[in-house]
Design a protein around this ligand. Structure first.
Ligand code: TEU
Length: 561
């Protein structure tokens, strides 16, 4: 397998709006990030990925961009950006920025021009169609509820949007659109960025004719998936982007690929470097979906999780590169989802077990801000506490259509809503967790009194210290980066155990992902191995072990051991 810096890196995702406010407006900003860089250096991460900070009306917290080449005043200025980037580089880290080019904001000048008349030169930058029988051009429903089509009075046609009606879809069939995007990307590369996280890049190519999608039982609209996800020209477009931009720099590029399969990943993230360096899959995050998609409260079965993650480990071995994640700004907090946040001890232990389980696999690990502190889901007493457009729209659609009663839907939002990830970073036990002197744009979790960076940084057995140790181990042991993965005990509902192997060295990771004791027999050779890390202070290796609730450890054994 080819070596590369982005394979050996650990990435830390920052959601700028919720990381650190520097000017008291209740919203995080770039100078706030710059001020917190020493914290990230201390943690040891190599790469920072920043969610959008571009000029935006902010209806989807920046994933609705109105100017790709400027900073939103809420986050600062281009000069603040340059200072931040220089400081990131000075501290030996790299910066990956979010590339949101499946759609723009409806306030983007291109869309303003496009909607102004049918013969405007920008008309074809977006996807316009005539209605059919007094309704939209097809039956597709959007990710943020409602139809994928919005009628525009000015020109009497509908425009396509797979997300909010304020996020019109760019028309990638138009070569001018593609050149605009590549130009803009080169502009950021020349400014010094080290890579791109590409928002819903698997959606950019639509099947010509835009046929109606299947209507699943209970759904109000047709599914656009078969005609939008991994569409007919997506790989052609990415190879063109690679020739025009990516191959000219040394970048980490990660495609956010809803609807990704292992086979598709081998195209998007192939070792041959023709497209991207890696991709995010959604299979693991969709495991607790139910009859209403993500709006459910069921738990993920461990055997299902192992089946999915190991399929990705085996499927990409030697062919493409995995990204490893539990959390991001769209997912609930992992300790509340897969771990146990009911008491401080269980919360810390389960967070460590989950961290170890992910970080010993093959792929580039992503840590989402606050995950390294075992931050939990937020507390949302009523609908008024939520901010996310996806949650608010879904609540309206699901309750008004009678698909779910309001209490049940609120329970789903509390468990799965994206706002869980977006409550402010918990720096201290003080007012607003040290995030802002003003009024935060979304409620700070009151558990910041117990869960905060200040308390954990100096404590050797904290979750923060544990993440720091995992990152250091990855930097010290090539086997953690490149070793071949093998799953043990696929049918076990408590233990997630696997081995890694590289040039005669073997590594074993065993994680009790349950609140009950579990018995485990060490494979040949590992009793005399070196215990690299454990979620408990006193793990002792022996032939047959009884693992305590959430006990997890990794052992290394060398050639012939
Ligand atoms: O997300 C795309 C996506 O497919 C999902 O994760 C999604 O947002 C869905 O709501 C999950 O329930 C990306 C961004 O990460 C997300 O924040 C944006 O809202 C979205 O694209 C639109 O740009």
């Amino acid at each position: 397998m080819k070596k590369a810096w982005w394979k050996e890196s650990v990435v830390y995702q920052i959601y700028p709006r919720s990381f650190q406010d520097s000017n008291g407006d209740g919203m995080g900003d770039l100078p706030g990030i710059t001020a917190r860089l020493p914290y990230l250096r201390e943690l040891g991460v190599d790469v920072l990925w920043l969610s959008p900070f571009y000029k935006s009306p902010g209806k989807d917290n920046g994933y609705d961009i109105s100017d790709y080449r400027d900073i939103d005043p809420q986050f600062g200025t281009l000069a603040d950006f340059d200072v931040m980037l220089a400081e990131i580089h000075r501290l030996g880290m790299k910066l990956v920025i979010d590339l949101v080019v499946n759609h723009t904001s409806d306030q983007h000048p291109w869309f303003q021009a496009s909607r102004s008349s049918r013969d405007n030169p920008y008309r074809d930058y977006y996807i316009w169609r005539d209605g059919v029988d007094g309704g939209p051009p097809n039956n597709w429903g959007g990710c943020f509820s409602g139809s994928c089509w919005t009628y525009d009075d000015a020109t009497g046609q509908y425009y396509l949007h797979t997300f909010g009606d304020f996020q019109p879809e760019l028309n990638w069939e138009n070569p001018k659109v593609r050149q605009e995007v590549y130009d803009m990307m080169r502009w950021w590369c020349d400014r010094g960025v080290d890579g791109f996280r590409m928002d819903v890049i698997s959606f950019i190519s639509k099947t010509p004719g835009l046929p109606d999608g299947p209507v699943h039982p209970g759904a109000l609209y047709g599914d656009f998936g078969p005609y939008v996800i991994n569409g007919p020209r997506v790989h052609e477009f990415l190879q063109e982007m690679n020739r025009e931009v990516l191959s000219r720099y040394d970048l980490l590029t990660v495609g956010e690929c809803a609807g990704l399969t292992v086979d598709q990943a081998c195209l998007y993230a192939n070792e041959d470097g023709r497209e991207l360096t890696m991709a995010f899959q959604f299979e693991q995050s969709d495991l607790d979906n139910g009859e209403h998609g993500k709006w459910d409260t069921r738990k993920i079965r461990l055997t299902d999780l192992k089946a999915v993650l190991s399929r990705w480990q085996y499927g990409l071995e030697g062919k493409a590169w995995n990204s490893l994640y539990w959390c991001n700004h769209d997912q609930p907090r992992i300790v509340s989802r897969l771990g146990d946040d009911s008491t401080p001890i269980l919360r810390e232990r389960s967070a460590k077990a989950l961290a170890l389980c992910l970080h010993m696999m093959q792929g580039t690990p992503y840590i989402y801000q606050g995950e390294e502190l075992a931050m939990t889901n937020g507390r949302f007493d009523s609908l008024a506490d939520f901010r996310d457009v996806e949650s608010l729209n879904a609540y309206r659609e699901m309750t008004e259509s009678g698909q779910m009663d309001p209490e049940r839907m609120l329970a789903c939002l509390r468990y799965k809503g994206r706002d869980n990830a977006r409550t402010p970073m918990q720096w201290t036990a003080g007012p607003n967790a040290g995030f802002t002197d003003g009024t935060p744009w979304i409620g700070v979790n009151e558990n910041c009194r117990d869960i905060n960076a200040a308390e954990q940084m100096g404590r050797p057995d904290s979750v923060y210290s544990f993440y720091k140790a995992l990152i250091r181990l990855r930097h010290e042991h090539e086997i953690i980066v490149y070793g071949r993965f093998d799953l043990l005990l696929p049918e076990d509902e408590q233990l997630f155990a696997y081995t890694r192997e590289l040039e005669g060295e073997r590594l074993l990771a065993v994680c009790n992902l349950s609140g009950r004791e579990a018995s485990f027999t060490l494979p040949e050779g590992f009793e005399r191995g070196e215990l690299l890390i454990s979620s408990m202070a006193d793990t002792a290796l022996s032939g047959t072990m009884t693992l305590r609730p959430w006990e997890a450890f990794a052992v290394l054994c060398g050639d012939g051991a």
